[in-house]
Ligand binder design. Structure first.
Ligand code: DX5
Ligand code: ZN
Length: 230
């Protein structure tokens, strides 16, 4: 993957049909998804449970683009290798998930995949200042992690702007996760975000049999974001 700041739409399969992941992944990619976002939750760091490494491994053959694995688990270090073996292209970990985010990011990169650092709505962007040089992506949560379909927390827009200035010309993506819609995407894109995760806003109204709706949703979010970039 060569680095650029073009708008990328990363549908979260947390909003997909859980009985049909292979077809759902193929459908969103055929309809224009740039990345596939996989939300891993442990029922401890966040109040929900989702995908272990065998599930992620089963998704892998269906993903032709880029598999972005968002780990909402603590501790995280013992599981990095298993998610790399499952086929992640990028693994992101929360600063709030343990005392040693620097070590975690080093461990992710040492496995040969891209590393992302995540901050919750209650964490200031300054918390990532000293790890920017060892990561490929910063993920700003604009909902409290755990569930799809929550209300966007608007302080994320100012945080995006601040983070964009902290990053300067370094090749680090700014990804936003939570409540991304055609209303919020323009604010985020104008503030400097380039990777937009969207669960409910991509999957709403569609299905594998009506996948053109996924395409309409993806194109609408992308168009709103790109228009705000000017
Ligand atoms: C929340 C997850 C998100 C979530 C986004 O913990 O990290 O990826 O699925 O869902 P929407 O786009 O519905 O807010
Ligand atoms: Zn996520």
């Amino acid at each position: 993957m060569t680095f650029d700041r073009s708008i990328k739409i990363a549908p979260s399969i947390l909003s997909a049909d859980f009985a049909n992941f292979g077809a759902e992944i193929r459908a969103i990619e055929a309809e224009g998804a740039d990345w596939v976002h996989v939300d891993v939750m442990d029922g401890h760091f966040v109040p929900n449970l989702t995908f272990g490494p065998p599930a992620v491994k089963a998704f892998r053959p269906h993903v032709k683009t880029f598999m972005d694995v968002h780990l909402m688990i603590a501790p995280v270090d013992p599981y990095i290798e298993a998610y790399v073996e499952a086929g992640a292209d990028l693994i992101s970990a929360h600063v709030e998930a343990g005392p040693h985010i620097h070590r975690t990011l080093q461990a992710i990169r040492a496995q040969g995949v891209k590393a992302g650092v995540v901050i919750n709505p209650g964490t200031p962007v300054e918390a990532v200042a000293d790890v920017l040089d060892i990561c490929d992506l910063v993920l700003l949560m604009t909902v409290n992690p755990g569930f799809g379909g929550q209300k966007f927390i608007s302080s994320g827009v100012a945080k995006t702007r601040k983070l964009r200035s902290m990053i300067g010309d370094r090749p680090i993506h700014i990804q936003i996760d939570g409540g991304v819609t055609t209303d919020t995407a323009p604010l985020l894109a104008a503030a400097g975000a380039d990777v937009l995760v969207a669960g409910s806003a991509v999957f709403k109204g569609g299905s594998v049999d009506e996948s053109r709706v996924y395409g309409e949703n993806i194109r609408a979010i992308r168009a709103a974001a790109e228009a705000a970039r000017g």
